[in-house]
Design a protein around this ligand. Sequence first.
Ligand code: SF4
Length: 267
Amino acid sequence: MFNQLKHYNMNTAIKRNPLLSTNNAKTIKGEKLGYMTYILYMSPFTQNSKGINVCSHASKGCADSCLVGSGFGGMYTNVMQGRVNKTEYFLRDRVGFLFQLKGEIEKAIAKNKDKAIVTFRLNGTSDLPYEKYKVFDGGKNIFEMFPDVQFYDYTKNYLRFDKVLPSNYHLTFSRSETNHEKSIELLKRGVNVAMVFDKLPSTFEGFEVINADLDDLRFLDKKGVVCGLKYKKMTGKGGAEKNKVAFESGFVLRTQESKEQAVRKAA
Ligand code: SF4
């Protein structure tokens, strides 16, 4: 995975390009429901010049599939370079980054006034505790600057649920092969947990499973449910190997019997 770093220029002067974007298959589904979702995509995990992990609780399975799935296992592209640039910007000038973000949120709200309900997901491909970055107005975080706006994210950092989150920030816990027990514990506490399956079941370990592939508007989900996501098999170079790891590591939950298991059972 790490040899992919050479494709990206980590040391260019930071470009002040927009941080937020809207063009994404999942957000388009939300648009049909009247929501305009802006997402901030960084380069995940340790894909930056400092090797700082912007996903503190990532597992091997999620990091591998995230890096490949979001294009980092593929060819050099402007989109990927843009994500690296944003991460470099954040790591070098967090306050400047957050103030630019605030400005973009203000513009997005104004642009969509009377047209759509705006929502923001700041951790598209990162897992940063934005609630802790209190740089505005003598100690407010970005969520407190926009109390009437809905923000949401997925996280693998269970510690974020131990503190009271801003009321306009919805977090869904994200299961991996290394935090299954935490996932069940959080479900019991009424926290929603996203899980990746080969095929969505209707219930899992006694909890209702909803289809989270229909849209990305997690803050509309009822409480205490599993947000089921179907594993999207990777194609292209290295895809088969990564798919194998995703299943064998336990990152993807199997609900379907494999052909080999069926044959073994029948024998
Ligand atoms: S924690 Fe989330 S964003 Fe980070 S590598 Fe894993 S799946 Fe990707």
